[in-house]
Design a protein around this ligand. Structure first.
Ligand code: NAD
Ligand code: UDP
Ligand code: UDP
Length: 319
């Protein structure tokens, strides 16, 4: 098949491309390199079945493809809040363009949505029928309301134009290739620990997240794309940790003598998050297999090897 991956030079997108290329598909990677980097897809650049297009999805583009994995959008709060208007344009205009493309060429379209659409949840763990508690005018809304509109667009193109859609609600995912300055909690703690700096815990660290290793997530995305179930479906690891527990785990694994530096909690920071993955288990026969300790070890090794690399991406230059 010919498969388009938007945001393919990013963290999750590049791991997905590895799997698709290994399966022998033709892959087109579309990316504007805002938070993505060529080094993530370097090994495929010369491959005859691989094509890289530098393009901003807020502009229309015509391509001929069978499937579209639509991942283009900055995912870290630091990056998506840097230019919030651009973030919402990417989610709304970008998703509209990719759905227009899917409609024209009759491609199957998978949207990388997010657990953020649940906002600061009143239901725990979060099931897909929970409608969320999102602040529409807060600093996270460019992302979470943007993704909510993206889901609406996907379902409207499905109902109105028969576009074959799949909607994944991705929970916090981590692993090799996250940017050093990504700003998300796992990469921050690992980079800080490796540099011998204090770990920055926001608030008292009692807020929770559930961390999914990237290889598990990619497997879930591919099962969703190639199965019959439209979604929305939660993809994430249901093992829930407080941020303080995560800090202590990283401390133990990298350098027990580093300290914890408590910082103010950002506005609208969700207090807890844990996926109910009954739908993914039932419809996709999927569940995560990599425990946190194992995934953290692989992530730490990747950062250790990379920390001397000095080539900055656009995002690294502006943050
Ligand atoms: P990432 O920032 O590493 O990747 C996003 C990619 O999209 C980057 O390569 C970036 O350059 C590209 N991009 C951004 N705006 C673009 C535009 N306008 N045109 C073209 N390319 C553009 O993030 P990620 O963690 O790999 O996330 C991928 C997708 O998964 C995102 O849609 C994100 O919302 C979703 N997601 C991720 C997580 C997570 O924990 N990683 C959780 C929930 C949802
Ligand atoms: N679009 C695109 N590539 C295509 C087909 C459409 O980028 O191959 C864009 C198109 O420019 C439009 C959006 O997708 O902005 C929605 O397309 P659709 O055909 O649904 O709507 P219309 O063009 O009628 O507004
Ligand atoms: N966080 C933290 N220290 C950091 C970065 C993040 O304590 O250096 C906290 C953040 O306040 C949030 C949690 O870790 O409660 C997860 O943050 P992240 O940005 O990774 O993802 P999201 O909030 O989007 O789930």
């Amino acid at each position: 098949m010919r498969i388009l991956v938007t945001g393919g030079a990013g963290f999750i997108g590049s791991h997905l491309i590895d799997r698709l290329m290994e399966q022998g598909h033709e892959v087109i990677c579309l990316d504007n390199f805002y938070t993505g980097h060529k080094r993530n897809i370097l090994k495929w650049i010369e491959h005859p079945y691989f094509e890289l297009i530098r393009h901003d999805i807020t502009e229309p583009i015509r391509l001929e493809v069978d499937q579209i994995y639509h991942l283009a959008c900055p995912a870290s709060p630091v990056h998506y809040q840097y230019n919030p208007v651009k973030t919402i344009k990417t989610n709304v205009m970008g998703t509209l363009n990719m759905l227009g493309l899917a409609k024209r060429v009759k491609a199957r379209f998978l949207l990388a949505s997010t657990s953020e659409i649940y906002g600061d949840p009143e239901v725990h763990p979060q099931t897909e029928d929970y409608r969320g508690s999102v602040n529409p005018i807060g600093i996270r809304s460019c992302y979470d309301e943007g993704k909510r509109v993206a889901e609406t667009l996907a379902f409207d193109y499905h109902r109105q134009n028969d576009v074959e859609i799949r909607v994944a609600r991705i929970f916090n995912t981590y692993g090799p290739r996250m940017l050093e300055n990504d700003g998300r909690v796992v990469s921050n703690f690992v980079v800080q620990a490796l540099r011998g700096q204090s770990l920055t815990v926001y608030g008292d660290g009692s807020q929770t997240r559930s961390f999914c290793f990237v290889s598990d997530l990619v497997e879930g995305l591919m099962r969703l794309m190639n199965g019959e179930y439209i979604g929305p479906v939660n993809l994430g690891n249901p093992d829930e940790y407080t941020i303080l527990q995560l800090a202590k785990a990283v401390q133990q694994m990298v350098n027990p003598s580093i300290e914890i530096d408590y910082r103010p909690l950002p506005q609208d920071d969700p207090r807890r998050r844990k996926p109910d993955i009954t739908r993914a288990r039932t419809w996709l026969n999927w569940q995560p297999t990599v425990p946190l300790q194992e995934g953290l070890q692989l992530t730490i090794e990747d950062f250790r090897a990379r920390l001397t690399d000095t080539v900055p991406s656009i995002a690294e230059q502006i943050i």
